[in-house]
Design a protein around this ligand. Structure first.
Ligand code: FMN
Length: 322
């Protein structure tokens, strides 16, 4: 493998999903391999203190790299070589043949997160069985829930997110609500990605502004902000939870990020989009409530929860650094 051959594929590698669209991954080109690592400045220590979403995003990125390389005719595989202090995940290395995957670079480019309304309807059982099989290949499982069962949990989780100063501050750092901001086309969550009207975007920006937030927080505005998404789940839709085996290691969680990518691409190729609701798992209280709802003893097994379905309108393409 000539590591330099991978450089020109970076724009497609970068289409991988990451929480808040921070794109935390870093590629370090060596003589024989390409090291995958991460940039601590692009992690979410307040919302994701355990690094769960970071590991899932790095796994999703790894899977995306392998799919894009295979599509370009490059024989590349991934080797874990974790080093937390060096912010290293592992290496893309030369392989005897192409990575085996049903997905193409077009699938990678077409996938997107959809946060607006979905058409009513549950996941087809045959599709759910495909997601289950992908999870089982890495000793994990999926659980399915009607969206309406999550209305209270999402409200509670959103209120916690908006009412916890470090988490609200971190969220503000990754919001891109002003199209004039040079970072609007680079990373983070835009008003368009969040499906906000210009008025809603202005209000959200003002409510979270460093000057207004401390007072508004005391006045109960987090509850008002949380209430804004109450209708989101009030339809006949479905959410899928990715559940790791008990005691899964960090390395296994990276592999489950790869599974998540395969699941989201599977859904995308069938005309579905995905809308993760990670705040439910980020907050201890709602995570425990979700675990009880699913009859799961150990809440740390819950890795991801995502609303899935057919979007009523096509979601916009999200920004990228490359
Ligand atoms: C591990 C993980 C967690 C995520 N959590 C959330 C979430 O809680 N809420 C949300 O709206 N999007 C969430 N997302 C979606 C990202 O914000 C999205 O991937 C990113 O903005 C890029 O957009 P795209 O998926 O359309 O390319 C998550 C993505 C990943 C990989």
């Amino acid at each position: 493998m000539k590591p330099d051959a991978l450089r020109e594929l970076e724009p497609d590698f970068w289409r991988a999903p990451s929480a808040r669209n921070t794109q935390p991954w870093v590629l370090r080109y060596r003589e024989e391999t390409v090291e995958i690592g991460w940039d601590p400045a692009r992690t979410l220590p307040a919302a994701d203190p355990s690094g769960r979403d970071l590991r899932l995003a790095l796994g999703a990125f790894t899977e995306t790299c392998l799919i894009v390389c295979a599509d370009a005719g490059l024989h590349v595989d991934f080797r874990h070589d974790p080093d937390a202090a060096g912010h290293r995940l592992g290496h893309l290395v030369a392989a005897g043949g192409p990575y085996t995957t049903p997905f193409t670079v077009q699938d990678v480019r077409a996938r997107r997160t959809g946060r607006a309304a979905y058409e009513p309807g549950r996941l087809d059982d045959a599709v759910a069985a495909r997601l289950e099989k992908l999870a089982a290949e890495e000793k994990a499982e999926i659980r399915r829930l009607p969206c309406r069962d999550l209305i209270d949990l999402l409200y509670d989780a959103d209120r916690h997110m908006f009412a916890t100063p470090p988490i609200a501050r971190e969220l503000r750092e990754w919001l891109r609500l002003d199209p004039e901001d040079p970072r609007y086309r680079q990373d983070g969550l835009t008003d368009r990605a969040l499906d906000l009207t210009p008025f809603q975007a202005r209000m959200l920006g003002r409510l979270l502004s460093p000057r207004a937030y401390p007072l508004l927080r005391r006045l109960g505005v987090p509850g008002v902000l949380a209430g804004a998404s109450e209708d989101l789940l009030d339809y006949d839709g479905e959410a899928v939870v990715l559940v790791a085996r008990p005691g899964s290691t960090h390395t296994e969680q990276v592999d489950l990020g790869r599974v998540l990518m395969r699941q989201w691409l599977t859904l995308s190729t069938l005309g579905h989009t995905t809308h993760p609701l990670s705040q439910i798992i980020d907050a201890q209280r709602t995570k425990q409530r979700l675990a009880r709802l699913l009859d799961i003893d150990d809440p740390s097994r819950l890795l991801n929860i995502t609303r899935v379905g057919r979007p009523a309108t096509a979601p916009p393409l999200s920004a990228r650094l490359r």
